[in-house]
Write a protein that binds this ligand. Structure first.
Ligand code: HSE
Length: 425
């Protein structure tokens, strides 16, 4: 009998325990051995939970119990999760985690530690909820050079944008609904400001390109300032607004660029139909061409499904340490490098007449003007030019800049500045 410890019993943790006991027979068959959950670690008692005989309030008990061969970390956050995962790996226990913040920040170091101790550190649930994406990237697509990954990686913001687009809701109404349905994080700031998607694209890019990409290097713009008017304009333009996360490597120069920003996605892109809490990830392999991964990117049971699958993978008979699930550390660069390329831009300003916009923002055309607001589509500008235009724009307030995204169907220019770092391979 192999024994599991689960650290944390929030939405995902309770889902893991539920899925485990619901499907225990088939999980054991797939793992090739009898399994049970011995401990569920909590910070404080929770009398309402049904698994009282398993509750444990002392991490050291778990760490030093030789019966525990695998630890599931679903507490989230950097501390103490990072220290505890490191301690488990050093004690030769494999770890399964859904912790995207931690893997995006310290993945290289933790993977090296796991390798050193010949145990597994698996994190399928950290990106895309129930969608298999980590394992396909390093196993099924292992024969490919992956130079482009782009997609919708945050269920909460996609749900909000879908409600704004389909039902004409404003941002705050749609966010409230997402929170009620349990999609948003306890503190939704990381979701709506794009940081959650940023952490996820950094994990995918690190895995695909072999070097840690730190979230602070990536330009990250959220959706908090989008209005129903922007959504309406996107519809007239011929598409929808989606929060897109993208990582790209130039095959010739090896330059890496990555960004998270709301973008106009044309109706003929597959990503335009990824709605509600679903995520869609387009991965471009040099042998396969584009592969689309689609499914529920958030929620208790989809995420628990990915966690439990990792548990099976780590425990099954004859399992080896996954050498392909690995990337190297990278130097921690300061700031974000600017993208010098020109793109079309969509800006919305208040307190300035649309007639003045060509002088301030460059050539383009007015999209709408009403109630003291004007939206303007700039034909082509660099990020630096846009920033300068906004600076000299006096009282005008740019609410949001949105652009279009390159898709496999239409070669539209993407927008907003990208952070670029040299990738030393
Ligand atoms: N809050 C996240 C999302 C949960 O909305 O996608 C899954 O990581």
């Amino acid at each position: 009998m192999k024994k599991i410890a689960v650290l944390g019993c929030g939405t995902v943790g309770s889902g893991v325990v539920e899925v485990f006991y619901k499907n225990r027979q088939s999980i054991q068959r797939k793992a090739g051995c009898p399994l049970d959950i011995k401990y569920i670690y909590l910070r404080r008692p929770r009398p309402e939970l049904p698994w009282q005989d398993k509750l444990c309030y002392d991490f050291d008990t778990i760490l030093h119990d030789p019966e525990i061969s695998i630890v599931v970390e679903v507490m989230g956050g950097l501390h103490p999760a990072g220290e505890w995962i490191a301690a488990c790996l050093k004690n030769n226990k494999s770890v399964v985690t859904a912790n995207k913040e931690l893997i995006a920040a310290q993945g290289a170091q933790l993977l090296a530690l796991a390798r050193q101790h010949q145990v597994n550190l698996l994190f399928e649930a950290s990106v895309g909820g129930g969608i298999p994406i980590i394992r396909p990237l390093h196993q099924c697509l292992g024969a490919n050079e992956l130079d482009d990954i782009q997609g919708i990686l945050n269920g909460t913001t996609n749900f909000i944008l879908t409600k704004m687009s389909r039902e004409g809701m404003c941002f705050s109404q749609a966010l409230q609904m997402a929170q009620q349905l349990g999609y948003a994080e306890a503190d939704p700031t990381a979701d709506v400001q794009g940081l959650d998607a940023c952490r996820k694209i950094c994990i995918l890019a690190s895995l695909a390109f072999g070097r840690q990409l730190y979230p602070q290097l990536v330009h990250c713009q959220g959706i908090t300032e989008l209005t129903p008017e922007d959504v309406e304009y996107a519809r007239n333009w011929g598409g929808v607004i989606k929060l897109i996360a993208r990582a790209h490597r130039d095959p010739d120069t090896q330059q890496l660029s990555a960004l998270v920003a709301p973008m106009f996605v044309p109706h003929d892109s597959q990503l335009s139909t990824v709605d509600d809490v679903f995520n869609g990830i387009l991965v471009d392999g040099d042998a396969t061409g584009q592969v689309l991964f689609y499914g529920k990117g958030a929620g208790k049971l989809p995420t628990a499904s990915a966690v439990v699958a990792d548990v099976i993978d780590a425990l099954k008979e004859g399992v080896h340490v996954h050498d392909s699930l690995f990337w190297k550390p990278a130097p921690k660069l300061e700031g974000q490098l600017k993208d010098e390329a020109v793109y079309p831009w969509y800006i919305r300003v208040s307190g300035v007449s649309a007639a003045l916009l060509p002088n301030v923002a460059g050539a383009g055309h007015t999209v709408f003007e009403a109630d003291g607001q004007a939206a303007y589509l700039i034909d082509a500008a660099t990020a630096a030019q846009i920033e300068e235009a906004l600076r000299v724009g006096g009282e005008s307030t740019v609410v949001v800049g949105i652009g279009t995204i390159a898709t496999h169907l239409r070669d539209l220019a993407k927008s907003y500045k990208e952070a670029q770092i040299a990738l030393e391979v």
